[in-house]
Design a protein around this ligand. Structure first.
Ligand SMILES: Nc1nc2c(c(=O)[nH]1)N[C@H]1C(S)=C(S)[C@@H](COP(=O)(O)OP(=O)(O)OC[C@H]3O[C@@H](n4cnc5c(=O)[nH]c(N)nc54)[C@H](O)[C@@H]3O)O[C@H]1N2
Ligand SMILES: Nc1nc2c(c(=O)[nH]1)N[C@H]1C(S)=C(S)[C@@H](COP(=O)(O)OP(=O)(O)OC[C@H]3O[C@@H](n4cnc5c(=O)[nH]c(N)nc54)[C@H](O)[C@@H]3O)O[C@H]1N2
Ligand SMILES: [Mo]
Length: 765
């Protein structure tokens, strides 16, 4: 059987009579059940079969009836016609409005293969066309990635190598895990993985008797086998708990004065703030009233952290919230006060469990990677300001100490992402998507974004092409061999861009004279050369391609983040202004931001259970990552489809909250706030803290009248707000949301996104 790989893990596949069957890779110790949906995807009725153009756009040209997006039928056309029209429209927009009027940020996860990486293919194409407005940062840890360079000098602990799971399993005595270490999330790895290891390492830590404190509104963010204690914190209040732990250390004089003096700056400012920043200080009694966690437990945890080798771990979700910078900054300050940064099993880590590879025990390698040339248009926005860009051209945006003037957008080009999945406040995004003249998307399936576009070009899946899975955090590099011919009229993104570039006169620059296999060999050989200085030897391409995989070396000793800095801060300074950990930052203080001052502090979220709004909307909605799919990918298939209740996305609620509302398991409910409403299927669960409801992201958006009102399928992003974390990073803050839930009593509307949109013959408009 053919070896291939995916964000859900490696697998072997075969095709019979045009149907795909697959089994997980034999070396995978804990394969993801979500993988089975990939086999169903190939010939799913929701595949885009042929190029399709929104009727008004085709018949009346760019900008025609923009309110028709998401409502109007499509006309299927031949590839040549679609590409001729698109090449002409790109040329028109560039000539009349300039390259910055093209938005091609195209945020999204696309597929695992490194060559057929849709977004990078688009960047190669558009940057050779003169560039476009692009996006920086990501939805995952957008606040942290702007903050950490100011505090730790780089994003190494966040995006590079975290202290390895082996180090935790061997040396950590106490792991304080904010947001847990969710197994559901470690099912995936961007760029694929050969062996799922979270269960193995977390079991090893539990076996050795490590104490695990799961600070989360949701108990099953930690698996039963991990034997964690559950501290059901009120959502959005982690910073208060962290400040109180730090406060206890200060008042009981338990902080590591030596480490603070030799490795940090700004401790005095922070310590003074802890004591004097509010009447009575940021102590445990204060934090108990904010977090719902007992004050004595907080104090005793602080003392235990000093006595024991402690890992302070924060999931990425903690900073995906109002003023999300504060939790990460406060946690770094707390870890510095313990003085265990750079010691085996101690210090600070981010994202354990977020993907399979965080804390990987493999040696760091240079991955196979397709690069794009620089963007000549030099125009960027922070990733989650997309609706602001479209709605407010000319407006000034404060971001990381700068001002960005938002350009005007005439054309949107998306390949490999789904903004009608990933963005917040979708009813606002619907209005924003009515602004441009033209919206183009390459898609596998009729996602909500495809339905809100003008030109939809059918893309192949991983199963229909050759590629390489490679990732600096995974121990396997594998081939991704083609299993089946392209479905219906679908084409690879590379082939689509090649044909467009030919029409626009730069095909040679785009392909560099290589076809698919020549590109794979070229990219692989580049990675092979880059690994030589790392002491990692890869076989030549032909040998790799015929054997199917390379197993990369394990780390020799467990990796400990920031160990060199700890050992010798003079020789290995951080790239901060002081060369040290900045517990207070003069740079950030100098930005003069009310929502991100010069040291960590508690700023009450805009929406949380302590807000006045909670009297009317008394439930905090956690819209976390789905156990049953990757974002919106595979939503209508396999695990995700089977998890739906009456065809709606499940919502979990504590039994007490359900009883108070007269709700029972299996009820269809309406979840609402002032921004929007959606339907969901109710599941009661004691694993959810009272006052909290949980609904995963990723159900395909299905507004009852094409936008603005009830989403009948259960996309949480009709409820989330579109305000950034702060003016420092302008990152998404999807976790800070209040809602109310009631039984849905109307007639149950059909979920229309479970079948393709309407197609009409040409000339009927
Ligand atoms: N409320 C809330 N919202 C969130 C989050 C949250 O926690 N809460 N999380 C956020 C986070 S962290 C992220 S990363 C985003 C994720 O948001 P996205 O990355 O946009 O979500 P995906 O569903 O992975 O979208 C990828 C799309 O690419 C398509 N695709 C896959 N392979 C290919 C290919 O080869 N070619 C082409 N042309 N298309 C392809 C898929 O069909 C899919 O529609 O969501 C964010 N949104
Ligand atoms: N199966 C699956 N795995 C995925 C993804 C997917 O779509 N599906 N997406 C991937 C991507 S792109 C990313 S960025 C990562 C994201 O990784 P994370 O950000 O870690 O993922 P989440 O599931 O959003 O959050 C983890 C847990 O944090 C808890 N939490 C939420 N708010 C709070 C809070 O205020 N306080 C505390 N203490 N806990 C809170 C929730 O209970 C939640 O289950 O996941 C990746 N893994
Ligand atoms: Mo993400």
């Amino acid at each position: 059987m053919t070896l291939s790989n995916s964000h859900w893990g490696a697998f072997r596949a075969e095709a019979q009579d045009g149907r795909v069957s697959l089994t997980p890779f034999e070396r995978d110790r804990d394969p993801s059940p979500v993988l089975r949906g990939l086999a169903e995807l190939y010939d799913s009725p929701l595949r885009v079969r042929r190029p399709a153009i929104r009727r008004s756009w085709l018949e009346h040209g760019p900008g025609a009836n923009p309110q028709g997006r998401g409502r109007e039928p499509f006309v299927e056309v031949e590839w040549d016609e679609a590409l001729d029209l698109l090449a002409a429209e790109l040329t028109r927009v560039r000539a009349e409005h300039g390259n910055t009027a093209i938005f091609a940020g195209s945020y999204g996860w696309a597929s695992a293969g490194r060559f057929h990486h849709a977004k990078t293919q688009l960047k190669r194409f558009i940057n050779l066309f003169g560039g476009a407005t692009d996006q920086v940062n990501n939805y995952s840890y957008g606040a942290a990635m702007v903050l950490l360079p100011h505090i730790l000098g780089s994003n190494e602990v966040l995006t590079g190598q975290a202290t390895s799971w082996r180090s935790i399993a061997e040396d950590t005595e106490l792991m304080l895990a904010f947001g847990g270490t969710p197994w559901k999330n470690a099912q995936i790895e961007s760029g694929g993985c050969g062996d799922h290891t979270l269960r193995h390492w977390t079991a090893a830590a539990a076996e050795r008797g490590m104490r695990l404190v799961n600070v989360s509104p949701i108990r099953d963010d930690v698996g039963d086998w991990q034997k964690g204690e559950w501290w059901p914190i009120r959502p959005g209040t982690d910073t208060a708990l962290i400040l109180a732990l730090a406060h206890t250390l200060v008042v009981e004089d338990l902080h590591d004065r030596h480490f603070l003096a030799t490795h940090c700056v700004g401790f005095e400012t922070f310590a003074q703030h802890l004591i004097e920043g509010r009447p009575g200080g940021f102590g445990a009694d204060w934090a108990a009233s904010i977090t719902g966690i007992d004050a004595e437990e907080i104090r005793s945890l602080a003392r235990a952290m000093v006595r024991q080798r402690t890992m302070i771990a924060l999931s990425w979700s903690i900073q995906r919230a109002d003023f999300g910078e504060q939790s990460y900054w406060a946690a770094i300050a707390l870890a510095a006060m313990l003085g265990q940064i750079g010691l085996p099993g101690g210090g600070i880590g981010f994202g354990y469990g977020a993907t399979n590879g965080i804390g990987s025990t493999g040696r760091r390698v240079s991955a196979v990677n397709l690069k794009a040339p620089p963007n000549p248009a030099k125009s960027t926005i922070p990733v989650a300001r997309i609706a602001d860009l479209l709605l407010n051209p000319g407006a000034e945006l404060r971001y990381n100490g700068r001002e960005i003037t938002l350009p005007e957008t005439r054309l949107i080009y998306w390949a490999g992402g789904n903004p009608f999945h990933h963005h917040q406040d979708l009813n606002r995004l619907v209005r924003a998507f009515q602004r441009p003249d033209t919206i183009v998307v390459h898609e596998i399936s009729w996602t909500s974004t495809a339905r809100f576009s003008d030109i939809v070009l059918p893309a192949t899946t991983t199963l229909e092409r050759n590629d390489i899975a490679s990732n600096s955090r995974d121990r396997f590099m594998t081939v991704m061999r083609q299993v089946v011919p392209p479905f219906a009229g679908a084409r690879d993104d590379f082939a689509i861009f090649t044909d467009l570039a030919r029409r626009l006169g730069f095909a040679e620059a785009f392909t560099e004279g290589r076809d698919e296999m020549a590109w794979l060999a070229h990219l692989y050989e580049e990675a092979r050369a880059a690994n030589v200085p790392r002491g990692v030897t890869l076989p030549p391409f032909d040998a790799f391609w015929s054997s199917g995989l390379v197993e990369l070396p394990e780390e020799e000793t467990p990796h400990v983040a920031m160990a060199e800095f700890r050992a010798d801060p003079e020789r290995h300074p951080l790239a901060t202004p002081s060369g040290r950990i900045e517990i207070a930052s003069a740079t950030i203080a100098g930005f003069g931001l009310e929502d991100c001052p010069g040291h960590p502090t508690w700023i009450a979220p805009r929406e949380w259970l302590g807000a006045p709004l909670a009297e009317r909307l008394p439930l905090h909605l956690i819209s976390n990552q789905p156990r049953t799919r990757l974002h919106s990918q595979l939503d209508m298939l396999g695990e995700a489809r089977d998890s739906k209740i009456d065809g709606r996305e499940p919502l979990r609620m504590n039994p007490a909250d359900a009883a108070e509302r007269g709700l029972a398991d299996g009820d269809v409910v309406r979840v609402y706030n002032d921004r929007g409403a959606c339907l969901a299927g109710l599941l009661t669960s004691a694993a959810i803290r009272p006052g909290v409801v949980q609904m995963a992201t990723g159900a395909w958006y299905d507004p009852v009248d094409g936008g603005g009102s009830l989403d009948v399928h259960g996309n949480v992003n009709v409820l989330t707000h579109d305000l950034g974390t702060s003016a420092l990073s302008c990152a998404p803050a999807a976790q800070s949301v209040l809602v109310e839930v009631e039984r849905y009593t109307g007639e149950l509307p059909e979920v229309r996104v479970s079948r393709p949109p309407e197609f009409v013959p040409r000339g009927l408009g």
